[in-house]
Design a binder for this molecule. Structure first.
Ligand SMILES: Nc1ncnc2c1ncn2[C@@H]1O[C@H](COP(=O)(O)OP(=O)(O)OP(=O)(O)O)[C@@H](O)[C@H]1O
Ligand SMILES: [Mg+2]
Length: 158
């Protein structure tokens, strides 16, 4: 499923809508180049969960936890793990920790991913610096349903 957005605000809105459908122990992978909008998406998700803190990239700590919302948010940015590979990061504890885990640059931890997850790829437009294509891919039935719900809600929202 693909959604084309024309502003950062719209990226946040898509994420905010999705936040209504996420459940404890959901895992969301965010792929996309530098500045694609992975953190922007996460901010929208946090907003939708009712988290009032300003979500910033967890550049210093690999992981930031937010416990104020409907369900906890575990925000991970594994950019600096490029090339580390095969390391035991103990991420499963987060994946099974009762919150929603969001991972920026998840391609760097390929061997530690859970069996099922939602992958969102954000691609910039060559001509329009505000435009993005968000591609949603599910691994597992639960995430296929989540995508259908989001698609339905987004099309009626617009
Ligand atoms: N449609 C859009 N969606 C998301 N961000 C957008 C959009 N249009 C413009 N932007 C801008 O692009 C930037 C995206 O930055 P952001 O930190 O979210 O990207 P990122 O993918 O997390 O980058 P990094 O790889 O450095 O973590 C922000 O300044 C945002 O305002
Ligand atoms: Mg980021």
């Amino acid at each position: 499923m693909k959604i084309v957005v024309s502003t950062a605000g719209e990226t946040k809105q898509v994420a905010q809508i999705m936040a209504a459908y996420v459940e404890p122990n959901d895992v969301i992978l965010l792929d996309g180049d530098l500045g694609a909008g992975k953190t922007t998406f996460t901010k929208g998700l946090a907003l939708g969960l009712g988290i009032k803190h300003n979500v910033k990239s967890p550049t210093f700590n690999l992981i930031k936890e937010y416990h104020q919302g409907r369900i906890p948010l575990f925000h991970m940015d594994v950019y600096r793990l490029e090339g580390v590979g095969g390391s035991d990061l103990g991420l499963e504890e987060y994946f099974n920790g009762g919150g929603v885990s969001v991972i920026e640059w998840a391609q760097y931890i390929g061997d530690e991913l859970p069996p099922e997850y939602l992958r969102i790829q954000i691609v910039k437009d060559e001509r329009d610096d505000q435009r993005r294509t968000l591609s949603f891919k599910a691994k597992g039935d639960h995430y296929s349903k989540l995508i259908s719900l989001l698609e339905e809600k987004w099309s009626s929202f617009r």
